[in-house]
Design a protein around this ligand. Structure first.
Ligand code: ZN
Length: 328
């Protein structure tokens, strides 16, 4: 697998590659879905390459070939053993012992730490000394989606590189190149559903998000018109990704609350639901709306933590509460 960059990362890359001789620890941070992983992988390949040219890894030397095969012995990764878990202090100690040895290819050693916020205080402290005075030619590349969670002692030892999301124009252009079947307007919708991240938009598209969204919006309209029951819709939606549904309903509840307080109809979210929210919000009893939001937030946490729940019962519970927002 060769490393690659996304088109919106050109200037970011120039700035990073231009500083590649300056430090032995870098911290790349920014929102999830901005392409930090691609950037850090490309940087690692560049640092390991024996004959970089034009600020790029050559792709031909023995180091580049080992990198591409995923078997470069001087590229090490410090990450949680299980996704969502912490980075163990035992793994940090093992790594620290390893980087004390000479590099096997005679060049740099590169350590990717991802996500850096998964380090516990103990793990971070165990790494501090190596970060400050790395053995031999070791370069640390830390990646963080949650910059504010990192210890100041870690941040202060790294060259910081922020990785922002691309502009909406860049994102739409890239999405359209990947999905020529979509119109610019559809790309904008998916991008909004993905909170501005083109990479997350790409993931949503593989889950057929536009069709799911249309079905859900139509279902909500039918629910308020008493044309569908909560139990019918729950059965019809049982196979949809629950985290997506809970994201949308949480957002809709929040938009309604805001509209109820501000009556500012320019902030009602995507146009497909704006009319419905504007109709329901003034009629929804405030207490019911607040209780519904609490229920949604609580159950969204369960969904995100993958607590085993029966999808149809969970959705029916949601829709019964949702229907009650519009008293008959
Ligand atoms: Zn090379």
């Amino acid at each position: 697998m060769a490393s690659h960059l996304y088109p919106w990362q050109d200037s970011l890359w120039q700035s990073l590659a231009g500083r590649s001789q300056q430090a032995h620890a870098y911290l790349l941070h920014g929102p999830a879905g901005s392409g930090k992983r691609a950037l850090v992988e490309h940087f690692a390949a560049f640092l390991l390459c024996k004959a970089p040219a034009d600020q790029q890894p050559c792709g031909q030397c023995s180091a580049c070939k080992l990198y591409a095969a995923g078997t470069h012995p001087d590229l090490m990764r410090l990450e949680p053993e299980e996704e969502g878990k912490g980075i163990l202090i035992a793994n940090v100690r093992e790594l620290v012992a390893k980087i004390l040895q000479t590099s096997q290819q005679g060049g740099r050693k590169v350590v990717i730490v991802e996500p850096a916020e998964a380090m516990t205080t103990g793990s971070a402290n165990a790494l501090l000394k190596s970060l400050e005075e790395p053995a031999g030619a070791t370069v640390f590349l830390l990646v963080s989606h949650q910059f504010s969670f990192l210890l100041p002692t870690i941040k202060s030892r790294c060259v910081l590189q922020v990785c922002p999301l691309p502009t909406p124009e860049q994102s739409v252009q890239w999405l359209q190149q990947q999905h020529s079947e979509l119109t610019a307007e559809q790309c904008q919708t998916v991008l909004a559903l993905a909170s501005g991240s083109p990479l997350n938009a790409q993931k949503l598209l593989s889950a057929d998000v536009l069709a799911v969204r249309e079905q859900v919006v139509n279902g909500v309209k039918q629910l308020f018109k008493q044309q569908s029951s909560p139990s019918d819709l729950a059965v019809a939606w049982a196979k949809m990704p629950p985290e997506l549904l809970f994201d949308w309903f949480c957002q809709w509840a929040q938009l309604m609350l805001r509209y109820k307080v501000t009556t500012d109809d320019s902030a009602l979210g995507l146009p497909d639901m704006a009319v419905v929210l504007k109709h329901v919000a003034p009629r929804a009893p405030l207490a019911t709306l607040l209780q519904t939001q609490d229920w949604l937030l609580e159950h969204r946490q369960k969904v995100l933590r993958r607590v085993p729940l029966r999808a149809d019962l969970l959705l029916e519970g949601l829709l019964v509460r949702w229907q009650a927002l519009l008293p008959r």
